[in-house]
Design a protein around this ligand. Structure first.
Ligand SMILES: C[S@@+](CC[C@H](N)C(=O)[O-])C[C@H]1O[C@@H](n2cnc3c(N)ncnc32)[C@H](O)[C@@H]1O
Length: 332
């Protein structure tokens, strides 16, 4: 426990963090101590919850910095590419700077969102009723719970994001619905997400679950993305599903990756992973047909569109895997 407390102190140097025992109750307290950060206090029973709360606070403080409010926001840039209405000037500027040289990126974003819907319907059709959407983004139609509930009426969805703006929208638009919760969580702390009270109130991790990591892992450095996926994979029970989509460096014009890195320079790292590295995220999972493929070719609902030649400059891979347990009694 002391090690975890020490790790939290390292992770959040802007906070004084300590443990208190009152009667038979133990609690954890974090108090903001950084210059220019308005003092505030978080009190929780669990270290996982404390980490989740501090991640949110850190994001809010970052968003409150004058310079960073000018920075493009991942969810709003994506919303702009999808043709939505939730974006500001800084988002449009960054989004347009990418489209100027790579106009196909908006089509890739839309293809990704369509893949999410098809993949969720497919997984719900396999009898899965629990979904954890990590890096959920601003609400898009159909939302994941709508797509899942079209197939399985009792489907439940935990939407997870670390962006206060996304959380506010999600709480306003989604959390009123049945079988839906919104969790403030950072995918760099997967244990905190899975341990959070909000998620555990809706999702039973001893039963199969579907974890979505759609268009989000490329916003982490390679080692963090690998660690996040491994931690989530390990905690999922056999029969669980993983839905992943991500930009890949394999076959993508390297200028596009540089262009995205420059657009998000003050927001998040952008990491292009090779197709083999993305395939490795499905370790221990068997891939549903057609495997890990270009996003618009994953079980397209209409006749498969042949991408225009320039679409091949912006490769985006997608796959759906089912967890298999190797050993007696379990068959892939
Ligand atoms: C491009 S959007 C993808 C939305 C949705 N998953 C989809 O595919 O349509 C990426 C989302 O990931 C979220 N995100 C980025 N980094 C994150 C992190 N470290 N933890 C949790 N969410 C994160 C962003 O806030 C944004 O809402």
């Amino acid at each position: 426990m002391n090690d975890q407390l020490a790790a939290l102190r390292d992770e959040f140097p802007g906070f004084r963090i300590w443990r208190e025992t009152i009667g038979d109750r133990m609690r954890y307290i974090a108090r903001g101590a950084g210059l220019g950060i308005s003092p505030h206090t978080v009190v929780t029973d669990e270290l996982g919850e404390l980490r989740a709360a501090l991640s949110g606070d850190a994001a809010q403080q970052a968003a409150a910095k004058p310079f960073e409010t000018q920075a493009p926001n991942i969810a709003r840039v994506y919303n702009y590419w999808l043709g939505g209405k939730d974006h500001h000037a800084a988002d449009r500027e960054a989004a347009d700077s990418v489209l100027a040289d790579f106009p196909e990126v908006a089509r890739v974003a839309r293809a990704n969102r369509e893949f999410v819907t098809r993949a969720v319907r497919h997984v719900a059709g396999q009898g899965i009723v629990q979904f954890i959407d990590v890096g959920a983004g601003l609400p898009a139609a159909p939302a994941v719970h709508e797509a899942a509930q079209q197939i399985a009426l009792d489907a439940r969805v935990a939407y997870v994001d670390n962006d206060p703006l996304v959380l506010a929208h999600a709480r306003a638009l989604l959390a009123g619905g049945p079988g839906v919760t919104v969790v403030n969580g950072d995918m760099r702390a997967p244990e905190a997400i899975l341990g959070s009270r909000g998620l555990r109130g809706l999702i039973d991790l001893d039963q199969p679950v579907c974890v979505l990591l759609a268009s989000v892992l490329h916003f982490l450095p390679a080692d963090q993305a690998d660690a996040t996926v491994a931690a989530l994979r390990n905690r999922m029970s056999p029969g669980s599903y993983l839905i992943i989509s991500a930009g890949t460096s394999t076959g993508t014009d390297p200028r596009l990756i540089r262009c995205l890195q420059s657009a998000y320079a003050h927001t998040a790292p952008v990491t292009g992973r090779t197709a083999d590295e993305i395939a490795a995220w499905f370790e221990g999972f068997s891939l549903a047909r057609p495997g890990l493929v270009d996003v618009w070719t994953w079980r397209p609902s209409g006749p498969q569109r042949v991408p225009r030649p320039e679409m091949t400059r912006a490769r985006f891979l997608a796959g759906v895997g089912r967890k298999v347990l190797v050993g007696p009694g379990w068959l892939p």
